[in-house]
Design a binder for this molecule. Structure first.
Ligand code: NAD
Length: 327
C-alpha cells in the first residue's frame, strides 16, 4: 500500500475493537483512510479503543453485525472481522459465533452491495479442520467435524466463505477472502486462551506451561504486522481468494513452549494436559498463492516477533522492569 496516498478514502472495519481489528484500524488511519469501526464489544472492550478514538478520521459505532448494518456516507472498503475468534470465546458464545458468521456476514455484504465497497472476509485456517494435507493449500477442502465442539466457528466461517462467493457470483459485490493462520502480537487479551498469551503469561508468572497432549502437534505463528499487511494486500488487489495469509515456519507446540521459556528466561517447566476434542494435529499454510498473486510473504521471524510480544505481555503483567527478554 502506498504510504502517502490513501488507497481508500473510507473503510468500515467490523470487529475493529478486537486484536486484529485494532492493528488494522491503526494501519488504515496511518495510510490516510478514514475508519468506521463497528463492534458490539462481545470479546473486547471499550478500553481497547482508547488510543484510536482521538485519531483524526476514526469513528466508532457500537453495534451487532448480526442485525442490519447501516453506515451513512460513502464507503470504499469493508473488512469483516467481527466474530469470536479464540476457542475460549466461541465455546462461550456458540450461537453468537454462528450468527456473526452467517447473518453478520450477510449484513456486511449487503452494506457492500449498497455502497459499492470492496468486501474482504477474514476467514480462517480452521476451515481446513484437522487437515489430511500439510502444508494446506487453498484448493484443499478440509477435514472438519460438522457437529464437534469447534464446529460453531469452523462451519460459520465455511458458510461465510460460501455466502461471500455467492454474492460475488451474483455480481453484486467485489469480494476477497483471506484465510488467516494463527496470528500473535502485542494487544492480545491475556486470558484469550490462544497459545501465545497462554504460554507467555504462564512463563512470565513462573507457572508450568500447559502443553496439550504430547505437544507434537504443530502450529505456524504469524506476527500481527505481517497478517495485517496480508489482509490489506488482498483488499488492494482485485483477487477473490481465498488466499492463505500465515507464516509457514511450522513448529511443534512443545517447541513453541520451549522457545517462550528460553526467551523469558523463566524457570517454568512443562505440564502436559489432555488434548482437546478435534484440535488439529498440523497447521501450516502453503503461501504460494499469496507470494505469486500479491507479492506478499511474512517478514518477521519468530525470535524477533516473540521477543517483542513477550515484552508487551510483561508490561501488562507489571513485570517490565525486572524482565530481560533475550531476542
Ligand atoms: P477478537 O476476538 O480479538 O476480535 C473480534 C472482534 O469482533 C471483537 O472486538 C468482538 O467484540 C467483535 N465481534 C464479535 N461478534 C460481533 C458481532 N456480532 N458484531 C460486532 N462485533 C462483533 O479476534 P481477532 O483475533 O481479532 O480475530 C478477528 C477476525 O480474524 C475473526 O473473524 C477471526 O475469525 C479472524 N481470524 C483471526 C485469527 C487470529 O489468529 N487472530 C486467525 C484466523 C482468523
Amino acid at each position: 500500500m502506498p504510504e502517502n496516498r490513501p488507497v481508500w478514502a473510507r473503510a468500515v472495519v467490523t470487529g475493529g475493537a478486537g486484536f486484529l481489528g485494532r492493528h488494522l484500524c491503526r494501519r488504515l488511519l496511518a495510510a490516510g483512510t478514514a475508519v468506521v469501526c463497528v463492534d458490539n464489544l462481545l470479546t473486547s472492550s471499550r478500553a481497547n479503543l482508547t488510543g484510536l478514538r482521538t485519531e483524526p478520521g476514526f469513528s466508532f459505532s457500537q453495534a451487532d453485525v448480526s442485525e442490519r448494518l447501516d453506515i451513512d456516507g460513502a464507503v470504499d472498503l469493508i473488512v469483516h472481522l467481527a466474530s469470536p475468534a479464540s476457542p475460549i470465546d466461541y465455546h462461550r458464545h456458540p450461537l453468537a459465533t454462528l450468527t456473526a458468521g452467517s447473518a453478520g456476514t450477510q449484513n456486511a455484504l449487503d452494506l457492500a452491495a449498497r455502497t459499492g465497497a470492496r468486501f474482504v472476509l477474514t476467514s480462517t485456517s480452521e476451515v481446513y479442520g484437522d487437515p489430511a494435507v500439510s502444508p494446506q493449500p487453498e484448493h484443499y477442502w478440509g477435514n472438519v467435524n460438522p457437529v464437534g465442539p469447534r464446529s460453531v466457528y469452523d462451519e460459520a466461517k465455511r458458510f461465510a466463505e460460501a455466502l461471500t462467493m455467492a454474492y460475488r457470483r451474483a455480481g453484486t459485490v467485489d469480494t476477497g477472502i483471506v484465510r488467516i493462520f494463527n496470528t500473535y502480537g502485542p494487544g492480545m487479551r491475556l486470558d484469550d486462551g490462544r497459545i501465545v498469551p497462554t504460554f507467555a503469561c504462564q512463563a512470565l508468572r513462573g507457572e508450568p506451561l500447559t502443553v496439550t497432549g504430547d505437544g507434537s502437534q504443530t502450529r505456524s505463528l504469524c506476527h500481527v504486522d505481517d497478517t495485517v499487511r496480508g489482509i490489506l494486500a488482498v483488499a488492494a488487489s482485485d483477487r477473490p481468494g481465498p488466499v492463505n495469509i500465515g507464516n509457514p515456519d511450522e513448529a511443534s507446540v512443545l517447541e513453541i513452549a520451549q522457545r517462550i521459556i528460553a526467551l523469558t528466561g523463566s524457570a517454568s517447566g512443562i505440564k502436559h494436559i489432555p488434548f482437546p476434542e478435534d484440535d488439529p494435529m498440523t497447521r501450516c499454510p502453503d503461501i504460494t498463492l499469496a507470494r505469486q498473486q500479491l507479492g506478499w510473504e511474512p517478514r518477521i521471524g519468530w525470535r524477533d516477533g516473540l521477543a517483542e510480544t513477550l515484552k508487551w505481555f510483561a508490561a501488562q503483567l507489571g513485570l517490565a522492569s525486572g524482565l530481560e527478554v533475550s531476542a
